[in-house]
Design a protein around this ligand. Structure first.
Ligand code: NDP
Ligand code: 8X3
Length: 257
């Protein structure tokens, strides 16, 4: 008998090529899970599969903004990976940190398509499998930006507020089933997130973390594992995680009147 806590699990991870998704893949594989690893950068998925083992992983190039592609991934799953028990809706991004009045509508649409529609596409495709088996856990990766506003957070924060409320509403709809839903809401974490947000400006991305001791991708993977590994009668609805070096500021007051 295999005593690894996740040995009966097939876990679908979006955005497994970097950051939280990649760290989750490594940690959850070490606890015995089989993994469906997805992302747009296929060569990174191949590297991860080489590390974790081809028998334990199924890799697929997937852009979560494309609903047809998401549906095809599910329809084409190899037999050993069809019983998905966990969906980690992790793929996401922010583009720019300009004030709303200076933002590009193309960037806003891209963020909405990824952070909102991507989660909808994957959840809609995978939920029927979980319901049919009366077994499953959806972990959404939200953000503190979904609860607390800050200048430049505009559409990114709004997409994460959507993720938070969608997670809670899923719980309402899944009442009476054994399916669990959790929104993990990290604060400042050092991954490739800021490199993407600042469009490849490494200096700007690096300076955000200067002098801080931010959350690591591995910290969030541990949080995800903890949520998954609670007993079946426990559902962690939301879990907000900040580094100790981050807290709240005062309200802004315009004194020029
Ligand atoms: P990374 O940039 O390191 O990772 C983002 C992942 O998302 C990559 O694997 C990327 O893969 C994937 N991704 C982006 N767009 C798409 C797409 N259209 N289709 C499929 N995959 C996509 O950042 P993080 O690990 O930090 O981000 C993961 C999640 O955590 C995001 O939802 C983010 O909003 C959230 N978050 C991050 C925080 C932080 O401070 N870092 C804090 C709070 C939340 P690829 O490019 O290969 O497709
Ligand atoms: C990313 C965290 O605070 O940069 O979701 O918005 S923050």
């Amino acid at each position: 008998m295999n005593n690894s806590p996740l040995s009966n699990h097939v876990i679908f991870i979006t955005g497994a090529t970097s950051g939280f998704g990649k760290a989750c893949a490594k940690l959850l594989a070490s606890h015995g899970a089989k993994l469906i690893l997805t992302g747009r950068r296929y060569e990174r998925l191949e590297e991860l599969q080489n590390e974790l083992g081809a028998d334990k992983t199924h890799i697929v190039e997937l852009d979560v903004t494309q609903n047809d592609a998401v549906q095809k991934v599910i329809a084409d799953l190899p037999a050993a990976f069809t019983h998905i028990t966990v969906l980690i809706n992790n793929a996401g991004l922010s583009l720019g940190m300009e004030l709303a009045q200076n933002c590009s509508i193309t960037d806003w649409s891209h963020v909405v398509d990824t952070n909102i529609k991507g989660i909808l596409h994957c959840t809609h495709a995978i939920l029927p499998i979980m319901v049919a088996n009366n077994n499953g856990h959806i972990i959404n990766i939200g953000s503190i930006a979904g609860s607390y506003p800050y200048p430049g957070g505009n559409v990114y924060g709004a997409t994460k507020a959507f993720v938070k409320q969608f997670s809670l509403n899923l719980r309402a709809d899944l009442f009476g089933t054994a399916i669990r839903v959790t929104n993990v809401e990290p604060g400042l974490a050092e991954t490739e997130f800021s490199i993407v947000r600042f469009k490849g400006d490494m200096e700007k991305a690096k300076s955000l973390y200067a002098g801080t001791n931010p959350i690591t991708a591995e910290d969030i993977a541990e949080t995800v594992f903890w949520c998954l590994n609670r007993p079946a009668h426990i559902n962690i609805n939301r879990i907000e995680v900040m580094p100790t070096c981050q807290a709240f500021g005062t309200f802004a007051i315009d004194r020029s009147n």
